[in-house]
Write a protein that binds this ligand. Structure first.
Ligand SMILES: [Zn+2]
Length: 406
């Protein structure tokens, strides 16, 4: 069994408590000791990594990742009609870039070609391709269940409710082996102008999705800007609710009442990119400014109500490429008023819970999986340090070093 011992590190254990000096021993894929000084017999034959006073964090979790959108900090693929083989390679490439940047777990926010993520999940888990622990998602189901990547967002007026096709969609995706089925319960003004506040599913369609998800053992994620879409998501037990931008008082009350079973990912990264990095002036119908303003108001209220708000910013577009993911933590601090420790806790302890593995992932604790990131610096003083991959001197997943000190 391989042993790795981290010495001279400040441990941020993920719980939010202050960092403390310790040694951390990894045996196989698990953390087996966190102590001021690990006993001599346990140290034998261990590879020793001297942290030089740096900060050891649990591996970071992105709760709204799109491995299949095509663009990373190393490679931009702005087109979306690549052949399937190329899409598969793009997903694998994105996985390696995520891991390079300290993201050791990713909860997918949707995919253009679901089998690419289920294949990548296997390759990453078995270790023959570098990439994060992955929860794989379906393509994003939108109104009328149009084909992947075709966004129409017509709303529910003027079309017949069709719970049967929604149920079939969830069942088909579950049979492909995804972990998560994504439903666009509201439109998205940044994609189709003026649709964020329009609900895209009928109540009975979401009920049918929830029943099929329960039957087949998959999770549901909702894309939900509109207040009514948030309420629908919570009423039907949807576990991850993205955005919540225009949540009203009733939606907030419902979210609060369900806070022990759901997570909210408000995706500041893409909003920031749409504001500042899209390369052209946003059209008014994209509601970019209104979305930014609303989300900055709603998230502190979610936090005040004890709802678990988790990072993940829709990275994967050419103007918001994968690799920038940890900018979300800085935006949690700058936009939402988190302390750095709270932002890190959201990305680690809550991240482990989003992955459905809260009893063994997301904390530096004996018995937990050894997903670890060593930072040359103190992210509690300067959260932005996490965005510099050169300062992430060690990345470990499952006890295996993806990146080791020079
Ligand atoms: Zn997304």
């Amino acid at each position: 069994m391989t042993r790795t011992l981290f010495t001279d590190v400040q441990v941020f254990d993920g719980s939010g408590r202050d960092p403390f000096p310790a040694q951390v021993l990894v045996e196989g894929d698990r953390i087996t000791a966190v102590a001021a000084r690990v006993a001599r017999d346990l140290r034998s034959e261990a590879r020793v990594i001297d942290g030089h006073g740096g900060t050891l964090l649990p591996g970071l979790v992105d709760a709204h990742a799109h491995l299949g959108f095509g663009s990373t900090v190393e490679h931009r693929s702005p087109r979306r009609d690549e052949p399937d083989e190329e899409k598969t390679l793009l997903v694998a490439h994105a996985g390696r870039v995520l891991l390079d940047h300290g993201i050791t777990s990713a909860y997918s926010g949707g995919n253009r070609l679901p089998r690419t993520e289920t294949a990548a999940r296997k390759a990453f888990a078995e270790g023959w391709m570098p990439g994060p622990r992955l929860k794989a998602a379906s393509w994003e189901g939108s109104a009328g269940m149009v084909e992947p990547g075709v966004y129409d967002f017509p709303g529910v007026d003027g079309r017949a409710s069709d719970p049967g096709s929604v149920s079939r969609f969830v069942t088909d995706m579950a049979e492909l082996g995804v972990d998560i089925v994504k439903l666009s319960l509201s439109g998205e003004s940044a994609v189709v102008q003026g649709t964020s506040r329009i609900v895209q599913f009928t109540d009975e369609e979401v009920a049918a999705a929830a029943a099929a998800a329960e039957k087949h053992g998959v999770w549901l994620t909702a894309h939900a800007h509109a207040a009514e879409s948030v309420k629908m998501a919570v009423r039907h037990g949807i576990r991850a609710v993205y955005h919540c931008t225009f949540a009203d008082e009733e939606a907030l009350d419902l979210l609060e009442a369900a806070r022990d079973r759901l997570f909210v990912a408000p995706t500041p990264g893409i909003i920031h990119a749409n504001l500042h990095e899209a390369g052209s002036e946003p059209e008014p119908g994209m509601e970019v400014e209104a979305t930014a303003k609303a989300v900055r108001e709603v998230v502190p209220e979610l936090v005040r109500r004890g709802i678990r708000v988790v990072p993940g910013g829709d990275y994967g577009f050419a103007w918001n490429p994968i690799g920038r993911n940890l900018r979300d933590l800085a935006l949690f601090v700058d936009w939402f008023g988190f302390t750095p420790a709270e932002a890190l806790r959201a990305a680690t302890q809550y991240g482990g819970q989003v992955m459905g593995m809260g009893d063994q992932l997301g904390l530096i604790r004996e018995g937990f999986l050894a997903d670890l990131v060593l930072v040359d610096g103190d992210p509690l003083e300067e959260i932005g340090v996490l965005q510099d991959r050169e300062r992430l001197t060690v990345v470990m997943k499952d006890g295996k070093l993806h990146k080791a000190p020079a």
